[in-house]
Design a protein around this ligand. Structure first.
Ligand code: NAD
Length: 478
Protein backbone atom coordinates (compact mmCIF):
# COMPACT_ATOMS: atom_id res chain seq x y z
CA UNK A 1 0.00 0.00 0.00
CA UNK A 2 1.35 3.45 -0.90
CA UNK A 3 1.89 5.73 2.09
CA UNK A 4 0.92 9.38 1.60
CA UNK A 5 2.74 12.43 2.99
CA UNK A 6 2.58 16.18 2.66
CA UNK A 7 6.34 16.18 2.10
CA UNK A 8 8.92 13.49 1.34
CA UNK A 9 12.52 14.63 1.61
CA UNK A 10 15.18 12.50 -0.11
CA UNK A 11 18.48 12.97 1.72
CA UNK A 12 19.11 13.67 5.41
CA UNK A 13 22.18 15.91 5.19
CA UNK A 14 22.08 19.49 6.50
CA UNK A 15 19.84 20.59 3.61
CA UNK A 16 17.40 17.66 3.85
CA UNK A 17 17.16 17.06 7.59
CA UNK A 18 16.83 20.78 8.37
CA UNK A 19 14.16 21.13 5.68
CA UNK A 20 12.33 18.10 7.11
CA UNK A 21 12.35 19.53 10.64
CA UNK A 22 11.03 22.88 9.40
CA UNK A 23 8.27 21.11 7.41
CA UNK A 24 7.24 19.18 10.54
CA UNK A 25 7.29 22.36 12.65
CA UNK A 26 4.84 23.86 10.16
CA UNK A 27 2.43 20.96 10.64
CA UNK A 28 3.27 19.05 7.45
CA UNK A 29 3.25 15.26 7.56
CA UNK A 30 6.87 14.57 6.66
CA UNK A 31 9.08 11.59 5.83
CA UNK A 32 12.80 11.70 5.19
CA UNK A 33 14.46 8.96 3.11
CA UNK A 34 18.19 8.32 3.53
CA UNK A 35 20.58 5.49 2.68
CA UNK A 36 23.68 6.52 4.69
CA UNK A 37 25.34 3.69 6.62
CA UNK A 38 27.61 5.04 9.36
CA UNK A 39 31.20 3.97 10.04
CA UNK A 40 30.07 1.25 12.43
CA UNK A 41 27.53 -0.29 10.08
CA UNK A 42 24.31 1.28 11.35
CA UNK A 43 22.09 3.69 9.37
CA UNK A 44 22.84 7.30 10.30
CA UNK A 45 21.23 10.67 9.69
CA UNK A 46 23.23 13.83 8.93
CA UNK A 47 24.76 12.99 5.55
CA UNK A 48 28.33 13.90 4.62
CA UNK A 49 28.46 16.94 6.90
CA UNK A 50 27.92 15.01 10.12
CA UNK A 51 29.34 11.62 9.18
CA UNK A 52 32.30 12.29 6.89
CA UNK A 53 32.77 16.02 6.42
CA UNK A 54 32.34 19.20 8.45
CA UNK A 55 31.92 17.68 11.91
CA UNK A 56 34.56 14.91 11.92
CA UNK A 57 37.08 17.18 10.21
CA UNK A 58 36.47 19.92 12.76
CA UNK A 59 36.86 17.42 15.59
CA UNK A 60 40.25 16.39 14.19
CA UNK A 61 41.24 20.00 13.49
CA UNK A 62 40.48 20.84 17.11
CA UNK A 63 42.34 17.79 18.49
CA UNK A 64 45.37 18.32 16.28
CA UNK A 65 45.55 22.02 17.11
CA UNK A 66 45.32 21.18 20.79
CA UNK A 67 48.26 18.81 20.31
CA UNK A 68 50.29 21.41 18.45
CA UNK A 69 49.62 24.12 21.01
CA UNK A 70 50.58 21.87 23.89
CA UNK A 71 53.82 21.00 22.11
CA UNK A 72 54.80 24.37 20.71
CA UNK A 73 52.41 27.03 21.97
CA UNK A 74 53.33 27.23 25.64
CA UNK A 75 56.84 28.61 25.73
CA UNK A 76 55.95 32.29 25.31
CA UNK A 77 53.43 31.87 28.15
CA UNK A 78 56.04 30.29 30.40
CA UNK A 79 54.54 26.82 30.07
CA UNK A 80 56.94 23.96 29.52
CA UNK A 81 55.12 20.80 28.44
CA UNK A 82 57.96 18.28 28.22
CA UNK A 83 57.30 15.10 26.26
CA UNK A 84 53.81 14.98 24.84
CA UNK A 85 52.47 11.67 23.57
CA UNK A 86 49.96 11.07 20.79
CA UNK A 87 47.33 8.31 20.56
CA UNK A 88 45.84 8.75 17.10
CA UNK A 89 43.45 5.85 17.62
CA UNK A 90 41.97 7.58 20.68
CA UNK A 91 41.73 10.82 18.70
CA UNK A 92 39.76 9.04 15.98
CA UNK A 93 37.52 7.40 18.64
CA UNK A 94 36.86 10.85 20.13
CA UNK A 95 35.89 12.13 16.67
CA UNK A 96 33.61 9.10 16.12
CA UNK A 97 31.93 9.70 19.48
CA UNK A 98 31.13 13.30 18.52
CA UNK A 99 29.69 12.08 15.21
CA UNK A 100 27.54 9.44 16.97
CA UNK A 101 26.23 11.98 19.48
CA UNK A 102 25.28 14.47 16.79
CA UNK A 103 23.72 11.99 14.36
CA UNK A 104 21.83 10.49 17.31
CA UNK A 105 20.70 14.03 18.13
CA UNK A 106 19.05 14.36 14.73
CA UNK A 107 17.28 11.04 15.28
CA UNK A 108 15.92 12.43 18.55
CA UNK A 109 14.81 15.63 16.80
CA UNK A 110 13.07 13.58 14.09
CA UNK A 111 11.18 11.61 16.74
CA UNK A 112 10.26 14.74 18.68
CA UNK A 113 8.93 16.37 15.51
CA UNK A 114 7.08 13.27 14.31
CA UNK A 115 9.22 12.87 11.17
CA UNK A 116 9.32 9.38 9.74
CA UNK A 117 12.89 8.27 8.94
CA UNK A 118 12.75 5.80 6.07
CA UNK A 119 16.03 3.97 5.53
CA UNK A 120 16.93 3.11 1.96
CA UNK A 121 17.69 4.57 -1.46
CA UNK A 122 15.07 7.02 -2.69
CA UNK A 123 14.21 7.72 -6.30
CA UNK A 124 11.70 10.22 -7.64
CA UNK A 125 9.05 8.72 -9.90
CA UNK A 126 6.39 10.58 -11.91
CA UNK A 127 3.56 12.32 -10.00
CA UNK A 128 5.64 12.85 -6.85
CA UNK A 129 5.89 9.17 -6.04
CA UNK A 130 9.12 8.08 -4.37
CA UNK A 131 10.47 4.55 -4.64
CA UNK A 132 12.56 3.44 -1.65
CA UNK A 133 14.75 0.40 -2.14
CA UNK A 134 16.96 -1.36 0.38
CA UNK A 135 20.06 -3.49 -0.34
CA UNK A 136 18.29 -6.82 0.39
CA UNK A 137 15.93 -6.11 -2.50
CA UNK A 138 12.99 -4.78 -0.50
CA UNK A 139 11.06 -1.90 -1.99
CA UNK A 140 8.21 0.46 -1.08
CA UNK A 141 6.56 3.39 -2.80
CA UNK A 142 5.64 6.64 -1.08
CA UNK A 143 3.40 9.35 -2.41
CA UNK A 144 3.66 13.04 -1.56
CA UNK A 145 2.16 16.42 -2.36
CA UNK A 146 5.70 17.78 -2.29
CA UNK A 147 9.13 16.21 -2.73
CA UNK A 148 12.40 17.83 -1.72
CA UNK A 149 15.54 16.42 -3.37
CA UNK A 150 18.58 16.86 -1.12
CA UNK A 151 21.01 14.06 -1.98
CA UNK A 152 24.16 16.15 -1.59
CA UNK A 153 27.49 15.65 -3.29
CA UNK A 154 30.33 13.17 -3.71
CA UNK A 155 34.10 13.66 -4.15
CA UNK A 156 35.31 14.18 -7.71
CA UNK A 157 37.54 11.31 -8.87
CA UNK A 158 40.41 11.76 -11.32
CA UNK A 159 41.87 9.15 -13.68
CA UNK A 160 45.42 10.12 -12.69
CA UNK A 161 44.83 9.03 -9.10
CA UNK A 162 42.23 6.27 -8.67
CA UNK A 163 41.43 5.55 -5.01
CA UNK A 164 43.23 2.51 -3.60
CA UNK A 165 42.54 1.08 -0.15
CA UNK A 166 44.10 3.08 2.62
CA UNK A 167 46.85 4.50 0.40
CA UNK A 168 45.04 6.77 -2.06
CA UNK A 169 41.91 8.07 -0.37
CA UNK A 170 39.32 10.80 -0.67
CA UNK A 171 38.44 13.21 2.11
CA UNK A 172 36.36 10.62 3.99
CA UNK A 173 39.19 8.07 3.99
CA UNK A 174 41.65 10.59 5.42
CA UNK A 175 39.48 11.03 8.52
CA UNK A 176 40.06 7.48 9.72
CA UNK A 177 43.78 6.74 9.61
CA UNK A 178 44.95 5.48 12.97
CA UNK A 179 48.62 6.23 12.37
CA UNK A 180 50.34 9.34 11.09
CA UNK A 181 51.74 8.96 7.57
CA UNK A 182 55.29 10.21 7.46
CA UNK A 183 54.98 11.70 3.96
CA UNK A 184 51.51 12.80 2.92
CA UNK A 185 50.63 14.03 -0.56
CA UNK A 186 47.42 15.90 -1.32
CA UNK A 187 46.07 16.63 -4.78
CA UNK A 188 44.23 19.95 -4.61
CA UNK A 189 45.05 22.87 -2.30
CA UNK A 190 41.42 23.88 -1.89
CA UNK A 191 39.29 23.87 1.25
CA UNK A 192 39.51 20.13 1.96
CA UNK A 193 43.19 19.84 1.01
CA UNK A 194 44.16 22.66 3.35
CA UNK A 195 42.03 21.44 6.25
CA UNK A 196 43.15 17.82 6.09
CA UNK A 197 46.72 18.90 5.33
CA UNK A 198 46.63 21.02 8.49
CA UNK A 199 45.35 18.10 10.61
CA UNK A 200 48.03 15.64 9.53
CA UNK A 201 50.88 18.19 9.49
CA UNK A 202 50.10 19.08 13.11
CA UNK A 203 50.19 15.40 13.99
CA UNK A 204 53.61 15.03 12.37
CA UNK A 205 53.28 14.37 8.61
CA UNK A 206 55.42 16.11 6.00
CA UNK A 207 52.65 17.44 3.76
CA UNK A 208 52.96 18.31 0.06
CA UNK A 209 49.96 19.81 -1.74
CA UNK A 210 49.86 19.76 -5.53
CA UNK A 211 47.53 22.41 -6.88
CA UNK A 212 46.72 22.66 -10.59
CA UNK A 213 45.88 26.37 -10.55
CA UNK A 214 48.62 29.00 -10.67
CA UNK A 215 46.70 31.11 -8.14
CA UNK A 216 46.29 30.07 -4.50
CA UNK A 217 42.67 30.09 -3.27
CA UNK A 218 41.33 31.84 -6.36
CA UNK A 219 37.88 32.20 -4.75
CA UNK A 220 39.27 34.20 -1.79
CA UNK A 221 40.41 37.81 -1.62
CA UNK A 222 43.94 37.64 -2.99
CA UNK A 223 45.51 39.91 -0.37
CA UNK A 224 44.49 37.39 2.29
CA UNK A 225 45.25 34.40 0.06
CA UNK A 226 48.83 35.60 -0.54
CA UNK A 227 49.38 36.22 3.17
CA UNK A 228 47.94 32.85 4.13
CA UNK A 229 50.08 31.06 1.53
CA UNK A 230 53.19 32.47 3.24
CA UNK A 231 51.88 31.53 6.70
CA UNK A 232 51.00 27.97 5.69
CA UNK A 233 54.44 27.63 4.07
CA UNK A 234 56.07 28.72 7.34
CA UNK A 235 53.99 26.14 9.19
CA UNK A 236 55.47 23.46 6.93
CA UNK A 237 52.76 22.90 4.32
CA UNK A 238 54.63 22.54 1.02
CA UNK A 239 52.13 24.01 -1.45
CA UNK A 240 53.16 23.67 -5.09
CA UNK A 241 51.08 25.70 -7.55
CA UNK A 242 50.60 25.02 -11.29
CA UNK A 243 51.22 21.36 -10.45
CA UNK A 244 49.11 18.97 -12.50
CA UNK A 245 49.23 15.33 -11.46
CA UNK A 246 49.70 13.03 -14.45
CA UNK A 247 49.91 9.58 -12.85
CA UNK A 248 50.14 7.66 -9.59
CA UNK A 249 51.49 4.20 -8.86
CA UNK A 250 50.98 2.33 -5.61
CA UNK A 251 53.93 0.14 -4.62
CA UNK A 252 54.38 -2.05 -1.54
CA UNK A 253 55.83 0.84 0.40
CA UNK A 254 54.76 4.11 -1.23
CA UNK A 255 52.64 6.04 -3.68
CA UNK A 256 54.73 7.31 -6.57
CA UNK A 257 53.37 10.41 -8.32
CA UNK A 258 54.33 12.13 -11.49
CA UNK A 259 53.27 15.73 -11.95
CA UNK A 260 53.94 18.53 -14.40
CA UNK A 261 54.48 22.21 -13.75
CA UNK A 262 55.90 24.96 -16.01
CA UNK A 263 59.43 23.78 -15.12
CA UNK A 264 58.81 20.25 -16.41
CA UNK A 265 57.92 16.80 -15.14
CA UNK A 266 58.61 15.87 -11.52
CA UNK A 267 58.40 12.76 -9.38
CA UNK A 268 57.12 12.70 -5.81
CA UNK A 269 57.07 9.75 -3.44
CA UNK A 270 54.63 9.76 -0.51
CA UNK A 271 53.27 7.19 1.95
CA UNK A 272 49.65 8.24 1.62
CA UNK A 273 47.76 10.40 -0.87
CA UNK A 274 44.52 12.33 -0.50
CA UNK A 275 42.55 13.33 -3.60
CA UNK A 276 40.73 16.59 -2.82
CA UNK A 277 39.93 18.11 -6.20
CA UNK A 278 36.35 19.18 -5.59
CA UNK A 279 32.91 17.63 -5.18
CA UNK A 280 30.13 16.93 -7.68
CA UNK A 281 26.39 16.79 -7.15
CA UNK A 282 25.21 13.30 -6.25
CA UNK A 283 22.31 13.05 -8.64
CA UNK A 284 22.79 9.80 -10.59
CA UNK A 285 19.48 7.99 -10.69
CA UNK A 286 17.84 10.49 -8.32
CA UNK A 287 14.84 10.64 -10.64
CA UNK A 288 13.54 8.03 -13.06
CA UNK A 289 13.83 9.17 -16.73
CA UNK A 290 10.02 9.27 -17.01
CA UNK A 291 9.91 12.26 -14.64
CA UNK A 292 11.77 14.50 -17.17
CA UNK A 293 13.54 16.26 -14.31
CA UNK A 294 15.71 19.00 -15.81
CA UNK A 295 19.46 19.22 -15.07
CA UNK A 296 22.03 21.98 -15.54
CA UNK A 297 25.57 21.48 -16.78
CA UNK A 298 27.59 19.33 -14.39
CA UNK A 299 24.55 17.23 -13.36
CA UNK A 300 23.19 19.87 -10.97
CA UNK A 301 19.39 19.79 -10.74
CA UNK A 302 17.94 22.82 -12.49
CA UNK A 303 16.07 25.10 -10.08
CA UNK A 304 14.79 28.67 -10.05
CA UNK A 305 15.69 31.23 -7.37
CA UNK A 306 13.27 29.52 -4.97
CA UNK A 307 14.67 26.00 -5.45
CA UNK A 308 11.67 24.86 -7.52
CA UNK A 309 12.57 22.31 -10.21
CA UNK A 310 10.76 22.09 -13.56
CA UNK A 311 8.33 19.60 -11.99
CA UNK A 312 5.38 20.98 -10.00
CA UNK A 313 5.74 20.30 -6.26
CA UNK A 314 9.32 19.06 -6.63
CA UNK A 315 12.13 21.10 -5.08
CA UNK A 316 15.89 20.61 -4.82
CA UNK A 317 18.22 22.09 -2.18
CA UNK A 318 21.85 21.99 -1.06
CA UNK A 319 24.81 20.61 -3.00
CA UNK A 320 22.60 19.19 -5.78
CA UNK A 321 21.77 22.71 -7.01
CA UNK A 322 23.75 25.80 -8.10
CA UNK A 323 25.63 27.92 -5.59
CA UNK A 324 28.39 27.13 -3.12
CA UNK A 325 28.55 23.58 -1.72
CA UNK A 326 28.18 24.65 1.89
CA UNK A 327 26.12 23.03 4.63
CA UNK A 328 24.68 26.33 5.86
CA UNK A 329 23.61 27.34 2.35
CA UNK A 330 21.76 24.01 2.01
CA UNK A 331 20.11 24.34 5.41
CA UNK A 332 18.76 27.80 4.62
CA UNK A 333 17.41 26.53 1.29
CA UNK A 334 15.75 23.63 3.14
CA UNK A 335 14.08 26.06 5.53
CA UNK A 336 12.96 28.44 2.77
CA UNK A 337 11.45 25.59 0.72
CA UNK A 338 9.62 24.18 3.75
CA UNK A 339 8.16 27.60 4.45
CA UNK A 340 7.15 28.14 0.82
CA UNK A 341 5.40 24.75 0.82
CA UNK A 342 3.53 25.95 3.91
CA UNK A 343 2.42 29.07 2.03
CA UNK A 344 4.97 31.56 3.28
CA UNK A 345 7.18 33.66 0.98
CA UNK A 346 10.63 32.90 2.38
CA UNK A 347 13.79 33.42 0.33
CA UNK A 348 17.53 32.91 0.78
CA UNK A 349 19.90 35.87 0.50
CA UNK A 350 22.68 34.37 -1.60
CA UNK A 351 24.71 37.59 -1.32
CA UNK A 352 25.49 37.05 2.35
CA UNK A 353 26.53 33.41 2.60
CA UNK A 354 29.79 33.19 4.58
CA UNK A 355 32.68 30.95 3.54
CA UNK A 356 35.21 29.56 6.00
CA UNK A 357 38.44 27.59 5.66
CA UNK A 358 39.33 26.02 9.01
CA UNK A 359 43.09 26.34 8.80
CA UNK A 360 45.09 28.16 11.43
CA UNK A 361 44.62 31.05 11.24
CA UNK A 362 41.16 30.57 9.77
CA UNK A 363 40.08 32.31 6.58
CA UNK A 364 36.50 33.57 6.44
CA UNK A 365 34.68 35.93 4.17
CA UNK A 366 31.31 37.21 3.07
CA UNK A 367 30.38 39.19 -0.03
CA UNK A 368 32.68 40.16 -2.85
CA UNK A 369 36.46 40.08 -3.09
CA UNK A 370 38.41 43.17 -4.16
CA UNK A 371 39.30 41.37 -7.40
CA UNK A 372 35.65 40.60 -8.19
CA UNK A 373 34.61 44.20 -7.52
CA UNK A 374 37.38 45.55 -9.76
CA UNK A 375 36.41 43.11 -12.51
CA UNK A 376 32.77 44.23 -12.24
CA UNK A 377 33.88 47.88 -12.44
CA UNK A 378 32.53 48.71 -8.98
CA UNK A 379 34.49 51.52 -7.32
CA UNK A 380 35.14 50.58 -3.73
CA UNK A 381 37.06 51.71 -0.66
CA UNK A 382 39.09 49.33 1.44
CA UNK A 383 40.10 49.27 5.10
CA UNK A 384 42.62 46.72 6.35
CA UNK A 385 43.59 46.19 9.96
CA UNK A 386 46.43 43.80 10.87
CA UNK A 387 46.04 41.53 13.89
CA UNK A 388 49.49 42.59 15.09
CA UNK A 389 47.85 45.83 16.23
CA UNK A 390 45.15 44.07 18.27
CA UNK A 391 45.79 43.90 22.02
CA UNK A 392 43.71 40.76 22.40
CA UNK A 393 45.48 39.04 19.51
CA UNK A 394 48.81 39.85 21.18
CA UNK A 395 47.63 38.48 24.53
CA UNK A 396 46.55 35.32 22.71
CA UNK A 397 49.84 35.12 20.78
CA UNK A 398 47.66 35.00 17.64
CA UNK A 399 48.82 38.05 15.72
CA UNK A 400 48.87 36.50 12.26
CA UNK A 401 46.36 37.86 9.79
CA UNK A 402 44.11 40.81 9.12
CA UNK A 403 40.55 42.03 8.68
CA UNK A 404 39.59 43.74 5.44
CA UNK A 405 36.38 45.71 4.85
CA UNK A 406 35.34 46.71 1.33
CA UNK A 407 32.62 49.30 0.83
CA UNK A 408 31.01 50.88 -2.21
CA UNK A 409 32.78 54.17 -2.99
CA UNK A 410 29.69 56.43 -3.15
CA UNK A 411 27.18 54.82 -0.81
CA UNK A 412 29.70 53.26 1.63
CA UNK A 413 27.57 50.07 1.71
CA UNK A 414 29.68 47.12 2.84
CA UNK A 415 30.19 44.80 -0.13
CA UNK A 416 32.68 42.36 1.35
CA UNK A 417 34.46 41.47 4.58
CA UNK A 418 37.50 39.20 4.58
CA UNK A 419 39.12 37.86 7.73
CA UNK A 420 42.36 35.92 8.19
CA UNK A 421 42.57 35.36 11.92
CA UNK A 422 42.18 32.96 14.80
CA UNK A 423 38.43 32.40 15.24
CA UNK A 424 37.64 34.06 11.89
CA UNK A 425 34.77 31.55 11.55
CA UNK A 426 33.10 33.16 14.57
CA UNK A 427 34.06 36.76 13.75
CA UNK A 428 32.59 36.59 10.24
CA UNK A 429 29.06 36.31 11.72
CA UNK A 430 29.25 39.97 12.70
CA UNK A 431 30.03 40.93 9.12
CA UNK A 432 27.22 38.73 7.81
CA UNK A 433 24.73 40.49 10.09
CA UNK A 434 26.09 43.88 9.02
CA UNK A 435 25.70 43.00 5.34
CA UNK A 436 22.28 41.41 5.89
CA UNK A 437 21.17 44.79 7.24
CA UNK A 438 22.91 46.59 4.34
CA UNK A 439 25.22 48.42 6.73
CA UNK A 440 27.75 50.99 5.67
CA UNK A 441 31.33 50.82 6.90
CA UNK A 442 30.38 53.92 8.89
CA UNK A 443 27.66 51.89 10.68
CA UNK A 444 30.29 49.37 11.79
CA UNK A 445 32.71 52.17 12.65
CA UNK A 446 30.03 53.79 14.90
CA UNK A 447 29.23 50.49 16.66
CA UNK A 448 30.72 49.88 20.11
CA UNK A 449 32.86 46.74 20.29
CA UNK A 450 33.98 45.21 23.59
CA UNK A 451 37.63 45.70 24.52
CA UNK A 452 39.84 43.75 24.36
CA UNK A 453 38.46 41.42 21.69
CA UNK A 454 39.44 40.19 18.26
CA UNK A 455 36.20 41.77 17.03
CA UNK A 456 37.80 45.17 17.50
CA UNK A 457 39.85 44.37 14.39
CA UNK A 458 36.60 44.49 12.38
CA UNK A 459 35.81 47.84 13.99
CA UNK A 460 39.26 49.19 13.20
CA UNK A 461 39.13 47.90 9.60
CA UNK A 462 35.80 49.74 9.16
CA UNK A 463 37.37 52.88 10.67
CA UNK A 464 40.31 52.48 8.29
CA UNK A 465 37.95 52.68 5.29
CA UNK A 466 37.62 56.37 6.24
CA UNK A 467 41.31 56.53 7.23
CA UNK A 468 40.54 57.05 10.90
CA UNK A 469 41.60 53.78 12.52
CA UNK A 470 42.99 54.45 15.98
CA UNK A 471 45.58 51.77 16.57
CA UNK A 472 47.53 51.98 13.31
CA UNK A 473 48.80 54.82 11.17
CA UNK A 474 46.28 55.62 8.44
CA UNK A 475 47.79 55.88 4.98
CA UNK A 476 46.15 57.75 2.12
CA UNK A 477 44.55 55.46 -0.51
CA UNK A 478 47.05 54.76 -3.32
P1 NAD B 1 37.83 22.94 -3.80
O1 NAD B 1 37.16 23.31 -5.07
O2 NAD B 1 37.81 23.84 -2.65
O3 NAD B 1 39.39 22.64 -4.10
C1 NAD B 1 39.83 21.70 -5.04
C2 NAD B 1 41.16 22.17 -5.58
O4 NAD B 1 41.71 21.14 -6.38
C3 NAD B 1 41.04 23.40 -6.47
O5 NAD B 1 41.92 24.39 -6.00
C4 NAD B 1 41.43 22.87 -7.85
O6 NAD B 1 42.13 23.83 -8.62
C5 NAD B 1 42.33 21.71 -7.51
N1 NAD B 1 42.39 20.69 -8.52
C6 NAD B 1 41.38 20.20 -9.29
N2 NAD B 1 41.84 19.22 -10.10
C7 NAD B 1 43.17 19.09 -9.83
C8 NAD B 1 44.21 18.23 -10.32
N3 NAD B 1 43.96 17.30 -11.25
N4 NAD B 1 45.46 18.38 -9.81
C9 NAD B 1 45.71 19.32 -8.86
N5 NAD B 1 44.77 20.15 -8.37
C10 NAD B 1 43.51 20.03 -8.84
O7 NAD B 1 37.26 21.49 -3.47
P2 NAD B 1 37.45 20.61 -2.17
O8 NAD B 1 38.53 21.16 -1.32
O9 NAD B 1 37.58 19.21 -2.66
O10 NAD B 1 36.08 20.81 -1.43
C11 NAD B 1 34.87 20.35 -2.08
C12 NAD B 1 33.67 21.17 -1.69
O11 NAD B 1 33.35 20.94 -0.34
C13 NAD B 1 33.89 22.64 -1.89
O12 NAD B 1 32.80 23.16 -2.57
C14 NAD B 1 33.96 23.18 -0.51
O13 NAD B 1 33.38 24.47 -0.42
C15 NAD B 1 33.19 22.17 0.32
N6 NAD B 1 33.80 22.12 1.64
C16 NAD B 1 33.66 23.18 2.47
C17 NAD B 1 34.29 23.19 3.68
C18 NAD B 1 34.14 24.37 4.58
O14 NAD B 1 33.18 25.10 4.43
N7 NAD B 1 35.07 24.63 5.46
C19 NAD B 1 35.10 22.13 4.07
C20 NAD B 1 35.24 21.08 3.19
C21 NAD B 1 34.59 21.09 1.98
Amino acid sequence: MTKNYDVVVIGAGPAGYVGAIRCAQLGLKTACVDEWIGKHGAPALGGTCLNAGCIPSKALLESSEFFERIRHGGEAHGIVAGDVGLDVGAMIDHKDKIVRELTGGIETLFKANGIEWIQGHGQLLPDRQVRVSVPDGGEQTLSADNVILATGSAPVAIDAAPLEGNRIVDSAGALNWTEVPQRLGIIGAGVIGLELGSVWRRLGSEVTLLEAQDVFLSMADQQLARTSLKLFGKQGLDIRLSACVKSTRVTDTAVELEYEDPQGTHALSVDRLIVAVGRRPYTEGIASPETSLLYDEGSFIHVDENCSTNLPGVYAVGDVVRGPMLAHKGSEEGIAVAERIAGQSSTVNYETIPSVIYTHPEIAWVGKTEEALKKAGVACRSGVFPLTASGRARAMQQTEGMVKVLSEADTDEVLGVHILSAHASELIGQAVIAMEFESSSEDIARTVFAHPTLSEALHEAALYVDRRAIHIVNKKPS
